[in-house]
Design a protein around this ligand. Structure first.
Ligand SMILES: O=S(=O)([O-])[S-]
Length: 120
């Protein structure tokens, strides 16, 4: 009666830290990757990575919203400087919310500072 959780778990990989330059290259080479910006709506509105989806880390149903995303996609998660997104990635790993996640751990601040594309 055991649903073989080990086999299911094997398809999940822990979120992988990635630099600003590597994230930029990754998004260019794979336009299907979904960027998840876990900052607040106000921060998001002030400028974000083009095409990003905003899911506020502080929203009550944050984990639920992540868990409801399409698990066949690959995601790039970030916040402003890696604090909130680091916690988000722990949650993703512990609860196995998404199987394929990159973490832009230096955050949007580093992205912007490097002169990478920003959309409002
Ligand atoms: O949470 S934070 O690193 O964006 S300040």
């Amino acid at each position: 009666a055991d649903p073989a959780p080990a086999a299911a778990a094997a398809t999940f990989a822990a979120p992988k830290n990635i630099s600003v330059d590597d994230a930029d290259k990754l998004l260019k080479s794979n336009p299907k990757i979904v960027v998840i910006d876990v900052r607040t709506t106000d921060e998001f509105k002030a400028g974000h990575i083009p095409g990003a989806k905003n899911i506020d880390f502080f929203s009550d149903d944050f984990a639920k919203q992540l868990g409801a995303l399409d698990k066949s996609q690959t995601y790039l998660v970030h916040c402003a400087a890696g604090g909130r997104s680091g916690k988000a990635c722990k949650l993703i790993e512990q609860q196995q919310l998404l199987p394929s996640v990159y973490h832009l751990n230096e955050g949007f601040k580093a992205w912007e500072k490097a002169g990478k594309p920003v959309e409002k």
